[in-house]
Design a protein around this ligand. Sequence first.
Ligand SMILES: C[S@@+](CC[C@H](N)C(=O)[O-])C[C@H]1O[C@@H](n2cnc3c(N)ncnc32)[C@H](O)[C@@H]1O
Length: 340
Amino acid sequence: MNNSYWQQRLLQTENELCFIKKALKFNNLNHGSLLESYQLAERLKKLSAKFNDQEKKTVIYGAGKHTEKLLAVYPKELGRIISIVDDNPTRKSISSIPILPFSELTPDFDLLIISSDTYEDAMFKKATEAFGTTKQIIRIYRDTQDHPIPEFHLSGRWLHSDLQRLADLVKDIPGDFSETGVYKGDSFSLIAKLAKSQNKHAHAFDSFEGMAEPGDMDNGEFPKGKFNIGGLEAFIEILSKKDIPSSTYSLNAGFIPECFVESENTRFSFAILDVDHYQPTVEALKWLWPRINTGGLLALDDYYPDLDSLASKAINEFMKNNNNFEIFDQFNNQLILKKN
Ligand SMILES: C[S@@+](CC[C@H](N)C(=O)[O-])C[C@H]1O[C@@H](n2cnc3c(N)ncnc32)[C@H](O)[C@@H]1O
């Protein structure tokens, strides 16, 4: 392993430590990841600077996990929460705050906060149709979009807020969504939901048996079978537990490039590639790139610019040999390319 690899690792570790120190300042972070809670708190802080009035009567729209996270980091400047509303409430209260059906919400409030990172736009539409411009309605993600939030990324996973943001950017580009290298479906389950919200389909490409044997450019890392989730059936089970309708996605099992053969004619507006090893990354890039429509995005994980092995080497070679792209975004070890 060369020095630049360890330098990158050190930088990444410093970033992660920085996040953990900040996240530990919050108490009660029992739900979801600390990282997402930290970023949610940062967004709420920005909003509370804008909507500062502790006397306001505030309603939270959405009674899911997102609201549990929100309540743990809620700044009092955003007002006194009088109720939580939901389209289909399945419980009576969260942290002693009553939950009502949205249809029973009366106009006796000042501020409505939409509490969802996945359905924010649809819920905003419904709320504005019901209460017009008579009430302040806050979208936590949309309304903080122009204010950069410090992002601290833990390696090897995609934040849902990033996936949501990237998917929004391609909503007018034709083409399906895909993830190559899906592991336990943490990001793929959201990709399937986001694709559906744009009337697109989601495609997963994976061996579903974990990594192949490392090649010469992989330094023996990520041994054969790592990330084995127990086959295709196990993956289907995971998605069904997450309530992802099977009509919204296709699963393509096999080692790269065999997993691609059934999808020759598919075109994409958003693709994630995350398979760690050098050779499958080379082959996946070769297959995916011509199938991404102009304006579409390719999201790459595990990118250490100075590393001359593993996926990083394949990505560097790809960028050297192609010019029909721009680097759209880069945060820590994740790189987003836009097709020109
Ligand atoms: C790091 S995990 C992916 C993590 C996932 N993207 C996420 O964010 O949760 C790598 C995945 O790539 C798959 N994979 C690695 N090499 C592969 C190959 N040669 N062919 C097919 N799948 C492969 C593994 O089975 C594993 O599911």
